[in-house]
Design a protein around this ligand. Structure first.
Ligand code: AVJ
Length: 337
């Protein structure tokens, strides 16, 4: 479908829902629960944290006093967005991985509209409701903006849009979202990208920097307990969707910075010996007191680690921007020729 870059708002919006291919294995919750809870040690992939309630809790996390990444990155974008989007002769397509509510991205959208007069924006997110709401708000707010929203996981989405948008592209990957991936998976995803985009295209990545462990741990275990709720919501989701009988009061929450692995590791901790029945996954899970489910990793970087990641993934760092406190870093990469 061809969409127009001016005119009535609804003519400037399309939403596509590409099917995941078999090999992308967007596994069902049941199969992931079986695999993860039978494994020793127990684990769950963090993408299951984001159901409707989880996405809402994450939005709340973003404005917590302890959770500095969102507002710090936003301040960097506020100060430098104009520099981040320059370098092309014509209007770019801006592709965003994990767009969420696109709040911070408005800085980049406004800067690009200023620079090129128009912009095509391609937000990619697994959450259809959030994607659609924010896309509607954006086209209402900016008459020279057109949007193709892609409801899919990253690999599926990138495959679906490959070759679809001619002209220069800026791919943005903000909020330290890449930090959820283990090193090898991050390199895999970035390599896929470096094969999709051309020599003139650029990648803008926001990553969280290594700092004092107490600051990092507070950011993932806030005083109000919102982040703990976000983690424990996974159990509530398994109860609801798979008919399980997790008692949330019998699980604690733990976030620790593991310096050697340069990441914050997040676990749910069984507060006693207990047995949980999960009919939808056709299993029973036993927990010893103190046993954990590893639910998330949030990787932290140094500038050297970031350059190393770029290089292993087929990119070269072109420019970078940090805040005065050196908490967070946004960098622009170009494909290595
Ligand atoms: C969405 C991966 C950027 O790691 O900081 C925040 C997720 N988890 N608090 C992060 C998260 C708990 C967040 N990312």
């Amino acid at each position: 479908m061809q969409i127009r870059t001016t005119g009535r708002a609804r003519d400037r919006l399309e939403i596509i829902r590409p099917e995941a291919s078999e090999e992308d294995g967007t596994d069902s919750l049941a199969s992931v629960v079986r695999r993860g809870l039978m494994h020793a040690p127990k684990f769950m992939p963090c993408r299951f944290l984001y159901d409707a309630i989880g996405s809402e809790l994450f939005e709340r996390i973003c404005s917590l006093p302890e959770y500095y990444p969102t507002r710090t990155e936003d301040a960097i974008l506020r100060d430098w967005a104009a520099e981040m989007v320059v370098g092309w002769a014509e209007a770019t397509t801006m592709i965003e991985l994990g767009s969420g509510s696109s709040t911070k991205t408005r800085r980049l959208i406004e800067a690009a509209l200023q620079e090129y007069g128009r912009l095509h924006y391609v937000p990619i997110d697994v959450s259809e409701i959030i994607l659609e709401q924010s896309a509607r708000a954006l086209i209402q707010a900016y008459p020279r903006l057109s949007v193709t929203g892609v409801v899919a996981d990253y690999d599926t989405a990138l495959r679906a849009i490959a070759g679809r948008f001619p002209g220069p592209k800026l791919v943005v990957f903000l909020g330290s979202s890449l930090g959820n991936f283990d090193d090898e998976d991050a390199v895999g995803l970035l390599r896929n990208l470096s094969e999709t985009i051309g020599p003139e295209d650029r990648l803008l990545v926001g990553l969280d920097l290594i700092k004092d462990a107490a600051v990092l741990e507070a950011a993932y275990d806030d005083a109000e307990g919102i982040t703990a709720q976000f983690g424990k919501n996974l159990l509530r989701r398994i109860n609801r969707e798979l008919g399980a009988d997790f008692d949330l009061d019998r699980f604690g929450y733990r976030a620790r910075f593991e310096a050697a692995r340069h990441r914050v590791e997040i676990h749910l901790v069984s507060l006693r010996d207990q047995v949980v029945t999960i009919p939808g996954a056709e299993m029973v899970a036993s927990f010893a007191e103190g046993e954990t489910i590893h639910i998330e990793n949030s990787h932290k970087y140094t500038p050297e680690l970031i350059r190393e990641l770029a290089s292993r993934s087929g990119f070269i760092e072109e420019e970078s921007w940090t805040d005065p406190g050196n908490l967070f870093r946004v960098q622009r990469w170009r494909p290595r020729d």
